[in-house]
Design a protein around this ligand. Structure first.
Ligand code: SF4
Length: 117
């Protein structure tokens, strides 16, 4: 299982930031505890991801290109997918989902399913 270093760092830094001062009179939160909750939720999400995510060519690229709006160019995302060693499990995981999975748009996955049936 691979963890995102940025998320782990964020959790650690946030945890440190809400640590209470030694003097109880000066005790105060220096960060919003909800930041820690958000960071822990993200960490929990990462821990639930399947192992193949660690090999995804899109790791760290951000989701925007893979979830384009109507009329957006999908070729940049598909170019990355064309180099991806885990396109097959990705396409399977994308069943019923929106966006680009396994290098295919929703419509392309639908056609591929029909062709395979
Ligand atoms: S096939 Fe594309 S969307 Fe799927 S993991 Fe690889 S790069 Fe990411």
């Amino acid at each position: 299982m691979a963890l995102d270093v940025g998320t782990v760092t964020s959790v650690a830094l946030t945890w440190q930031a809400i640590d209470l001062r030694e003097d109880p009179d000066e005790a105060r939160y220096v960060a919003d505890p909800s930041d820690l909750i958000d960071a822990l939720a993200e960490l929990a999400s990462l821990l639930k991801r399947p192992a193949w995510h660690a090999q995804a060519a899109c790791r760290g690229a951000g989701p925007a290109s893979w979830f384009p709006g109507r009329g957006d160019d999908v070729r940049p995302a598909q170019a990355v997918c064309a180099t991806c060693p885990v396109a097959e499990p990705c396409a399977a995981a994308g069943e019923g989902e929106t966006g680009i999975w396994g290098g295919m748009s929703e419509r392309q996955r639908k056609h591929a399913r029909r062709a395979a049936a």
